[in-house]
Design a protein around this ligand. Structure first.
Ligand code: SF4
Length: 363
């Protein structure tokens, strides 16, 4: 049993009962909650990482319509998969998901493995996703500990370990194993997640409405707002960039594919470059397009928009210009596409915004 005095004195049966009963009566009706298909639950869990439920719902429905089975996703064209994910961000999630379902299709006859070690060996499946899918789809008593669950349990059990440290997850996994409602691990794990989403929220926990208030040590001590302990991340790096929407006289637009690996790998984008401090953006962009694509361009004198895009580790501040290409030349991963086809390619959110803005200027 983990060394936590609160954990040892908690009435586990009563806690399980209060939590799961509340969940069964109050839970939100979400599309993936109507499913027991491990593949669909897996998709939902991958989408829900770093993304809000309201945002995920339409993406989930569309994705499952388009790729309803393991086989359909395993055999899908990668470009179509990226397009279906466009706007959700963190694209490595979907690339890993597709690699993993290919492995499930080839190694496990298309059935998501119910064995913890096998499932966790798949690409992109970490302890949280593993625990969530195995408990929800297969009813296995596996902990599913993410930041949300750590917040809730840090309060209930007054755990003061720093949740920003990767090693702290183990403390919470042990606590969940101790508290686990073995009769229904699916509802138990989802109840903890639901409590974190609806009641025990980051800045203003609704303790007066909380179904487990009687079990909560932080509430008893009045320290719920001091938990969880989380050290601040270092501030993110800022990169100043210039991007260009370039049209040829026949109305086509220049886009290029990003590299095979790294940030936003294989998505499409408008030509862009980092602008070192003190450079003249138009001059730099003109030389850049000439060197990179072998084309001469005329760039409009004023930028048409500024856009800021924040990633977890860096921020792009992009000045957007438009321009005309006198002569079309295609090179490497850069292609000219008819204007009406631009939206059929998968772009990162920042470049979707660029296109929306520039297209809006024409109408
Ligand atoms: Fe969270 Fe308050 Fe409930 Fe404790 S009583 S679990 S702090 S909402």
């Amino acid at each position: 049993m983990p060394e936590n005095s609160v954990l040892q004195k908690i009435n586990t049966k009563k806690f399980q009962h209060d939590l799961v009963n509340w969940y069964n009566t109050e839970k939100r009706d979400l599309p993936w909650r109507r499913e027991r298909d491990p593949y669909k639950i897996w998709v939902s869990e991958i989408m829900l990482q770093q993304t809000r439920v309201d945002t995920v719902i339409p993406y989930f429905n569309r994705f499952i319509d388009q790729f309803p089975t393991i086989e359909s996703l395993a055999n899908a064209d990668e470009e179509a998969v990226l397009k279906a994910w466009e706007g959700l961000g963190y694209y490595s999630r979907v690339r890993n998901l597709q690699s993993a379902v290919k492995e499930v299709s080839e190694q496990y006859g298309g059935a998501v493995p119910a064995d913890r070690n096998e499932f966790l060996s798949l690409k992109g499946v970490g302890p949280y996703t593993g625990g969530a899918v195995l408990s929800i789809a297969y009813g296995l008593p596996e902990p599913a500990v993410d930041g949300n669950v750590m917040r809730v349990l840090s309060r209930i059990l007054t755990i003061w370990d720093d949740i920003a440290k990767p090693s702290t997850r183990k403390v919470f996994e042990e606590a969940v194993r101790h508290l686990m409602y073995e009769e229904d691990p699916s509802s138990f794990n989802q109840a903890l997640m639901e409590l974190g989403a609806m009641i025990c929220t980051p800045t203003s926990p609704a303790c007066l409405l909380c179904p487990v208030q009687n079990h909560c040590q932080a509430f008893e001590e009045g320290v719920q707002r001091e938990l969880p302990v989380k050290t601040r991340k270092k501030s993110t790096k800022k990169i100043h960039m210039g991007a260009l929407v370039l049209r040829a006289p026949d109305g086509t637009v220049l886009i290029e594919k990003r590299p095979e690996s790294g940030l936003l790998a294989k998505l499409w984008q408008f030509p862009n470059m980092e602008l070192p401090a003190g450079t003249n953006p138009r001059g730099a962009l003109m030389s850049f397009t000439e060197e990179k694509y072998g084309i001469t361009v005329r760039i409009a004198p004023e930028k048409v928009m500024e856009i800021t895009h924040v990633f977890s580790h860096l921020t792009w501040e992009i000045d957007v210009y438009t321009g005309i290409v006198e002569e079309k030349k295609q090179k490497d991963q850069a292609i000219f596409v008819p204007e009406d086809n631009v939206e059929t390619y998968a772009f990162p959110v920042s470049h979707q915004k660029i296109w929306k803005h520039v297209k809006g200027m024409d109408s």
